[in-house]
Write a protein that binds this ligand. Structure first.
Ligand SMILES: [Zn+2]
Length: 265
């Protein structure tokens, strides 16, 4: 296999949920990935991600998080323990994420909106204090998520896999925040609209692996599927894949402060 001409960064991957990581990382490098941002969601996944970032040093970079999906299974002391873990390892983290709000009714039934907001505000405050970028999950909570990020004073934020209203997207862009494009850019109408409406200056690429994508043919994603995000974005924006690759990688390097860390980045 020849090495790709692209240099890409997967800015949001759940590597702790991926099996056979050695092989998966080798495949990722073959398609041109130069870095993967591994995002955590709870105490256990944050610990795993910190370990992986040591094992694959210079390729896997940790973001430590507290996902709204996990709050329902955590009591107050576990939340506290997770927040302490994040703060204790903040210097190793290139970002805080995955964090955010999810207003899907099943998620709200497990952890109500107030509880989600309280946890979100606490991690945003950590990000602000240590000047870390945040990777935000904002499903059905786009406006509230944006408002809380803005109010927190956090300067760098990416609303990952954005599918929300154009009105909120305009606020995201005006604030200098980002959205990231997943492989669902190939077919998902709301996500395609968001990618189309976002200037390349405010765009990152990601896979959110191991999420299952596809309309007719379904597949479980890996970081190497970043090329699907790339290709779909290039087609939508009628720009070359090279231009999209160069610009989104440049954005990701600046966003996660990776200058000098990645070879020739
Ligand atoms: Zn995710």
């Amino acid at each position: 296999m020849i090495n790709s001409i692209f240099r890409l960064i997967d800015t949001h991957a759940h590597l702790d949920e991926i099996e056979d990581l050695d092989r998966v990382i080798e495949e990722a490098k073959q398609v041109g990935l130069v870095a993967v941002i591994a995002v955590g969601q709870d105490y256990e996944s944050n610990v795993k991600i910190l370990e992986m970032s040591e094992e694959y040093k210079g390729f896997v970079y940790p973001a430590l998080g507290l996902h709204p999906w996990n709050l329902g299974n955590m009591d107050a002391s576990k939340v506290d323990l997770t927040l302490h873990l994040i703060e204790d390892n903040i210097e190793k983290a290139v970002g805080i994420g995955e964090i955010g709000l999810d207003y899907d009714k099943r998620v709200v039934a497990a952890a109500d909106k107030e509880r989600q907001k309280e946890a979100f505000k606490t991690v945003l405050e950590l990000a602000r204090r240590y000047n870390k970028p945040v990777s935000v999950h904002a499903r059905y909570s786009w406006k509230d998520s944006f408002d809380l990020v803005k109010a927190s004073g956090v300067i760098r934020a990416v609303f990952h896999w954005y599918t929300g209203f154009s009105s909120v997207l305009r606020e995201i862009i005006a604030e200098g925040y980002f959205i990231s494009a997943t492989p669902a850019t190939e077919y998902h109408d709301e996500h395609r609209r968001a990618v189309r409406e976002t200037p390349i200056e405010n765009l990152l690429l990601e896979t959110d692996c191991p999420v299952t994508y596809g309309r007719e043919t379904k597949y479980q994603s890996r970081p190497a599927d970043i090329v699907r995000s790339l290709r779909a974005v290039a087609q939508l924006k009628v720009m070359s894949e090279q231009t999209i690759a160069d610009r989104t990688t440049q954005n990701a390097v600046a966003f996660f402060s990776l200058t000098g860390k990645i070879e020739k980045a």
